[in-house]
Design a protein. Structure first.
Length: 294
């Protein structure tokens, strides 16, 4: 969840609390789709029909992008990074945003189709009914994109060599916050959203309310492995589609069909048959097995 953020040249505002937004697996699925569907494309034109997203679409984006070749599509946490030769278009999908790669000529824009980026034979269309997403231009002369205010404070990537049990153990020393809340914060490790935090903690046999500082190194090792395995499984299944999420090809994910605890309140644990427990923490539902996660 984003807090109060100041963007260059923009007014500070409190970002809305987001629940069930696309998380790392969903964003990674989109990234892979864009990398394949838009490879080496050159932008012919950009049409911004509605600039009022969570922060206004960068002014002059139409001029900045025209004629540029897409050099690659990266990801940092839940942010997509479209690299146009050193300058970067930073995209966040918010709660209801989607990026679709459409063949040209594409159908006329529908309601909530806010931005089109025309690559000639392909069209990248941004759709966002709730307008909690973001589309921001970071020019090359602004320095490395990793230093952008939205990215600079993020934790490590869960699939990087920097994330392991030893790192997690060090980061949790002296922390009284519940381990689930620490995972969700994104300042230690990014991309472990509500579904994936609940699932990872079940796999590691750790109760979500356990104070982070009480975890032993062995339990941190189990949790780091569980986080990676859970996110990898979710990516392989196309992410989770609870509300609005679809990939760049328009298909939804189906990881939620295989969840071990998330969304299964009162149902028998798949391991021990104990009814799955639930409660709400800071407007998010938490699920766990009272027996498996002591």
């Amino acid at each position: 969840m984003l807090g109060s953020i100041t963007l260059p040249g923009k007014v500070t505002r409190d970002a809305p609390a987001l629940s069930q937004m696309p998380e790392l697996p969903e964003v990674e699925v989109v990234r892979r789709g864009l990398r394949t569907g838009l490879a080496d494309g050159v932008v012919r034109r950009v049409e911004v029909r509605e600039p009022r997203l969570r922060w206004p679409v960068s002014e002059g984006l139409e001029t900045e992008l025209a004629g540029r070749r897409l050099a690659g599509v990266g990801r940092r946490g839940k942010y997509l990074l479209l690299d146009f030769g050193g300058s970067t278009l930073i995209v966040h999908l918010g709660m209801s945003g989607s990026l679709r790669v459409l063949p040209e000529p594409a159908a006329p824009p529908a309601r909530h189709d806010h931005v089109d980026i025309d690559f000639g034979d392909r069209l990248l269309r941004y759709h966002d009914p709730r307008r909690f997403g973001a589309m921001l231009w970071h020019p090359a002369d602004g320095g490395p994109v990793e230093g952008h205010p939205l990215l600079a404070g993020l934790g490590v990537e869960p699939f990087s060599d920097d994330f392991d049990g030893a790192m997690l153990f060090r980061a949790t020393r002296g922390r009284a916050v519940a381990i689930k809340q620490l995972l969700l914060a994104g300042t230690v490790v990014v991309g472990v959203g509500n579904i994936y935090a609940s699932e990872s903690l079940f796999r590691a046999r750790i109760r979500p309310s356990t104070p982070a500082g009480r975890l032993s190194q062995a339990r941190c090792e189990r949790l780091a492995e569980a986080v990676r395995a859970t996110l990898a499984d979710a990516i392989a299944r196309g992410g989770s589609s609870l509300r609005d999420f679809v990939g760049s090809d328009g298909r939804g994910g189906y990881f939620q069909l295989d969840c071990l605890v998330y969304g299964r309140a009162g149902q028998p644990c798949r391991v021990c048959a104990t009814p799955i427990a639930t409660r709400r923490d800071q407007q998010r539902a938490t699920y766990w097995c009272p027996k498996c996660q002591r």
